[in-house]
Design a binder for this molecule. Structure first.
Ligand SMILES: [Fe+2]
Ligand SMILES: [Fe+2]
Length: 217
């Protein structure tokens, strides 16, 4: 199979899990939330953005020789993630009514596990990096954000409108990386495993987050 055909197949394979992301988010947002619940939710999501900026920045030097186009895109991605962190941290400060320090950002345990897989396990192999981050996480977080934009508090929805424009670009970086480099059956299988495992962890992390936030109410 060509790499383009492979990406099409992989997106098809991810479709049920993409729908599951939209469904758990619809379910979460179908009930009202207190300010404390919104704070707890955004603490995890803001942590993800900060880690994204820091961990993707570590990947940048490796792309200087590997691929000039992807070097440029990934460097832009670092700035995007830093902007997302800044946006969400500002909303959190508004909700808390006081300054926030980065060390206060509290993710749920499965967010840490997903980040470990995405950055430590899959972050160093060319096709695994694009499959794990771009398709296993960012492509799916866009499905969450589509619901957030429709259902969340106005200031949160507004932030995610901006974030989601970038998230779609980041998912495209993943697709482009795979179209360029997932050229053999072996590489395609590695990419597939990385995408599916990250997608599963991403879904379970959001399930855990939504449950933890619900339990506060
Ligand atoms: Fe982001
Ligand atoms: Fe992103």
């Amino acid at each position: 199979m060509t790499s383009k055909e492979f990406v099409k197949e992989l997106l098809k394979e991810l479709e049920p899990i993409r729908r599951a992301h939209a469904e758990i988010t619809e379910d979460f947002y179908s009930r009202p939330r207190t300010r404390e619940q919104t704070v707890a939710l955004l603490m995890d999501r803001c942590y993800r953005e900060l880690q994204g900026a820091l961990r993707i920045a570590e990947q940048v030097p490796r792309f200087v020789e590997a691929d000039r186009d992807l070097f440029h895109m990934i460097t832009r991605q670092v700035a995007d993630e830093a902007r997302h962190y800044h946006l969400l941290a500002s909303i959190l400060e508004e909700l808390l009514g006081r300054p926030l320090t980065a060390s206060e950002l509290k993710p749920v345990p499965l967010t840490l596990e997903q980040n470990r897989a995405m950055y430590d396990e899959y972050g160093f192999h060319l096709v695994e990096r694009f499959a794990s981050l771009g398709l296993g996480a960012e492509y799916l977080s866009a499905a969450i954000n589509d619901v957030v934009i429709k259902r969340a508090e106005p200031e949160v929805a507004h932030a995610y409108k901006q974030i989601n424009r970038d998230e779609r670009f980041h998912a495209k970086i993943g697709i482009l990386g795979l179209e360029r480099y997932a050229t053999t059956p072996e590489l395609q299988e590695r990419a597939r495993q990385a995408a599916l495992r990250t997608a599963e962890l991403h879904l379970r992390a959001y399930e855990q987050l939504f449950q933890a936030v619900r339990a506060m109410g």
